[in-house]
Design a protein around this ligand. Structure first.
Ligand code: EZ4
Ligand code: CO
Length: 424
């Protein structure tokens, strides 16, 4: 194997000869499959035959990322040194004139995650050991209890507590609205991307604000306070409405109130903070450290929810976490089912290693998804363990994946009762 620092290689991709590649990338494949829902996966293979996987799934916009990777990124990877993880990140981010945004950052994330997987396999170590090793015994996760009404929600919270969860997110149907974010017919799985052309949901802030304090209060009254209770507002309120909701939920002792206002309205968090001590989490739609900067620097949030797949991979997510730690903001990585087992594994390796981990969202994948992506992570006692396999500990079964072709599926849109558009 050639030494780093050895003779310059005439084969360096595009540009003057550089240091010879230690572990050149030979193939970059984009695999699109739909085992229960759509996933885009990047597989890189090195000249010595090591493979690495990266999740590139952007719910409802899958093919945009697949094309970005296939047409614009993959050709630049061939011959590149797989051990140069940071340099490749800089090449794809700084080297790209058009920066940030979910499509670009998801594509960069896929490459970065695959490179960490390759590095782990080269070293014969699970990725969390490369990130500094364990900082905790396991990764505490929260499950998704939801019900059409309060009675059904209480049954579902009971199910999660019986399964050993130490943290539960509670979502409930709003009376008078035919569907509500986070409430599913199939209780253990939830997939909002339910139609090729977006389903139109109905929304009423007034009805929602009347329903939620009573529902969450009923959960605490029935089950007490010995577990973490979370709720996702899903970007739907104005700052003053969110402030009012946060204040009305203080007696429920929430672990967090998630995404109270649309992500682009970051100044709104200042107003929320002036009125309530309910902890706040946001970030699942943010794609870079620059998008989180004000929220973290001004300590407007308590948990940053960016994910490996949508915020530039393990390399960038680690940077966001380190920046957040400076301000005592903890992480709460997004982990819905549209983040594939490859992303979940990457998140777990990071979660277990960083000092300021808070909690990890865990929405179980369907049996078909788990069969297409065999993995080493395991759930026990309310925690996930990333496992000790070298790399990420996830593979993809190509033959099985091919039996689940892509199906167009979009996230819903929301209209108010008067027919005008609202945030979904
Ligand atoms: O709506 O992942 O906290 N979890 C969430 C998710 C998101 C979906 C969007 O693709 O808000 O359910
Ligand atoms: Co959310």
């Amino acid at each position: 194997m050639p030494e780093a620092g050895g003779a310059p290689s005439p084969e360096a991709p595009g540009g003057p000869p550089r240091i010879e590649a230690v572990e050149p990338i030979e193939r970059a494949e984009v695999i699109v499959c739909s085992p229960g829902r759509n996933f885009v996966t990047l597989r890189l293979t090195t000249r010595s035959g090591i493979t690495g996987l990266g999740d590139a799934t952007l719910n409802g916009r899958e093919l945009a990322v697949a094309a970005y990777l296939r047409d614009h990124v993959a050709p630049t990877l061939i011959g590149r040194d797989a051990t140069r993880i940071e340099d490749t990140w800089q090449y794809l981010y700084r080297g790209g004139y058009w920066r940030r945004g979910p499509v670009t950052m998801t594509a960069i994330a896929a490459v970065d995650t695959a490179l960490w997987d390759i590095l782990g396999k080269r070293a014969g170590l699970p990725v969390h050991e490369l990130l500094g090793g364990r900082s905790r015994d396991g990764v505490t996760v929260y499950g998704h209890a939801n019900g059409e009404d309060v009675a059904e929600l209480l049954d579902q919270v009971a199910t999660y507590l019986e399964r050993g969860y130490r943290a539960v997110r509670a979502q409930v149907g709003v009376p008078g609205l035919r569907s509500t974010y986070g409430v599913s017919r199939d209780k253990l799985f939830y997939e909002p991307a339910d139609a090729a052309i977006p389903t139109e949901n109905l929304w009423s802030t007034e009805r929602y604000l009347r329903a939620i304090p009573a529902a969450l209060g009923a959960v605490r009254e029935r089950f007490g306070f010995e577990f973490a209770l979370l709720h996702d507002v899903h970007h739907r309120l104005s700052p003053i409405e969110a402030a009012r909701l946060g204040r009305s939920l203080e007696a429920c002792d929430l672990f967090w109130m998630e995404d109270p206002v649309p992500a682009e309205l970051q100044e709104g968090y200042r107003l929320i903070r002036q009125h309530t001590t309910t902890p706040i989490a946001t970030g699942e739609v943010l794609t870079s450290i620059w998008d989180c900067r004000t929220l973290i620097e001004e300590q407007l949030i308590d948990y940053i929810r960016t994910s490996v797949v949508h915020a530039g991979g393990i390399t960038h997510q680690r940077r966001i976490a380190a920046f957040a730690d400076t301000y005592r903001v903890r992480t709460g990585s997004h982990g819905a089912t549209d983040l594939s087992p490859v992303c979940l594994a990457a998140a777990l390796h990071l979660d277990i290693a960083i000092p300021n981990f808070g909690i990890q969202e865990y929405m179980r994948h369907s049996e078909e998804t788990d069969a297409v992506f065999p993995h080493s992570y395991r759930f026990a006692d309310g925690m996930l363990q990333p496992g000790a396999d070298p790399g990420l500990g996830v593979t993809i079964d190509d033959g099985l994946a091919a039996r689940f072709p892509y199906r167009p599926a979009s996230l819903p849109v929301n209209r108010r009762l008067d027919g005008s558009m609202h945030d979904w």
